[in-house]
Design a protein around this ligand. Structure first.
Ligand SMILES: Cc1cc2nc3c(=O)[nH]c(=O)nc-3n(C[C@H](O)[C@H](O)[C@H](O)COP(=O)(O)O)c2cc1C
Ligand SMILES: [Fe+2]
Ligand SMILES: [Fe+2]
Length: 402
């Protein structure tokens, strides 16, 4: 738990969450923070909340206590996004305080009514609407639909130029030294980037076209700080995180970084032997690569790597006339995130008739992956030297395409 002043009258309350799967699905090796913000004019607004994970409502109440904000003095609860990681605690809030207004979009109000049984007043806002908190503090609102749910909006405090973005421009990771980017060197920020990409690719990626639209909408704002619901507050790097998010969104269609992700699975080691050989070749080439075995590696980890990679190599055998099932499961997930336009190569072992290749072609078409495959290579049983030579040639061809 951490309390940080972002600007005069604007305080961040941040809670650390560890050892859970985000959305009960995505692993977070370095945890995540859930950030709330108190904006104090003559009236007090709380922007976004925290989830019910980990006894968190009590944590938030305690933080409010520590900054001398009586929970009953909150007049506005701004809900930029209704997902329960931010709004789930309202159930607990309602037990102690009902005399406030919820501020959210039209879509947000529908979701609010679906999740909560309460008579609390809900004020629906549109693009450009404002709420004057007095004492110079004015909040204005801009919808950013589908980043990440249809209800999403951002709130902007005009005098301090702080932009509250909830899921947008967020990151995974827990930051011990400070919750503000200014406390870190460029090298440190770079070392956290994989957590930002993990968050982007796992949580936001499917909505990349909407991310681009949102950035366009926000481009002309004067911004002192971007204050998201997860991860660091971006002050000196506010422009950079906007640019980074734009870059990540554009990776969806292909043409990402000069990196290769090798995803592989093997039942009895035949394909695995060829994988070892391919990895040696990749290492020798000096190109940046990621290597993940399935099902041992989580989807989230694989997705993080594939998101930044312009090329993908798949190594898997045939299993019951189809491909090794964990591989098709991962490809289905990549399809749902619309990871398109990669250069790709597949190799693998089979026992008698094969079948993995046919399923791969079917998946590439059905999910509209639009991956450009170099001719696949299958070998019967164990890969012999002549098989490895052909595989090596095709891997070289793939590297040359980058
Ligand atoms: C459960 C199971 C199902 C298989 N189904 C097929 C199949 O439908 N068609 C085929 O050609 N080979 C099939 N095979 C044979 C494997 O593809 C072959 O043994 C291959 O060498 C396994 O490679 P690996 O050691 O990398 O797992 C199957 C093997 C197992 C264990
Ligand atoms: Fe969300
Ligand atoms: Fe969230």
């Amino acid at each position: 738990m951490k309390i940080t002043e972002i600007s005069k009258g604007i305080t961040q309350l941040s809670v650390n969450i560890k050892d859970i799967l985000f959305e009960s699905l995505w692993e977070m090796p370095n945890g995540v923070t859930i950030n709330s913000y108190v904006v104090k004019g003559e009236k007090t607004a709380l922007v976004d909340g925290v989830c019910g994970w980990d006894g968190v409502p009590e944590s938030l109440f305690k933080l409010l206590d520590e900054i001398d904000v009586d929970i009953k003095s909150i007049e506005y609860l701004v809900l930029n996004h209704l997902e329960p990681d931010h709004a789930g605690w309202i159930e607990d809030l309602l037990k102690v305080h009902q005399d406030f207004q919820v501020i959210c979009t039209d879509k947000g109000a529908d979701i609010f009514e679906a999740f909560f049984d309460t008579d609390v007043k809900v004020h629906r806002v549109k693009d450009g609407d404002v709420i004057d908190l007095g004492d110079g503090k004015v909040l204005s609102f801009t919808t950013i639909p589908h980043v990440h749910w249809p209800d999403a909006m951002v709130s902007y405090e005009r005098s301090s130029q702080v932009l509250f973005t909830c899921d947008a421009f967020g990151s995974f990771g827990i930051f011990e030294k400070s919750t503000v980017d200014d406390a870190y060197t460029d090298a440190e920020i770079l070392s956290y980037e994989r957590d930002t990409i993990r968050y982007y690719s796992n949580i936001i990626a499917a909505f990349s076209p909407f991310v681009l639209k949102a950035i366009e909408k926000l481009e002309n704002l004067e911004i002192f700080a971007i204050a998201p619901g997860h991860g660091l507050v971006w002050k000196s790097r506010a422009k950079k995180i906007l640019e980074d998010y734009k870059t990540y969104a554009l990776y969806q269609k292909g043409s990402a970084r000069k990196e290769i992700t090798l995803i592989w699975g093997s039942m009895y080691g035949m394909t695995a032997e060829a994988v070892q050989f391919v990895e040696k070749r990749l290492k020798a080439s000096g190109i940046k690569y990621h290597i993940h075995q399935v099902p041992e590696t989580s989807w989230g980890e694989v997705l993080t790597s594939v998101w930044t990679s312009s090329a993908v190599i798949l190594g898997m055998p045939t299993y019951e006339y189809k491909m090794f099932p964990p591989m098709s499961a991962v490809l289905e997930e990549l399809g749902k995130k619309k990871v398109q336009g990669r250069k790709a190569f597949r190799f693998g072992s089979y026992g008698w008739s094969g079948g993995a290749q046919k399923e791969l072609e079917e998946i590439n078409d059905r999910l509209k992956l639009n991956w450009t495959f170099i001719e696949s290579y299958e070998f019967k049983g164990k890969a012999r030297d002549e098989d490895l030579k052909i595989i090596e040639g095709r891997v070289t061809e793939l590297i040359d395409m980058l």
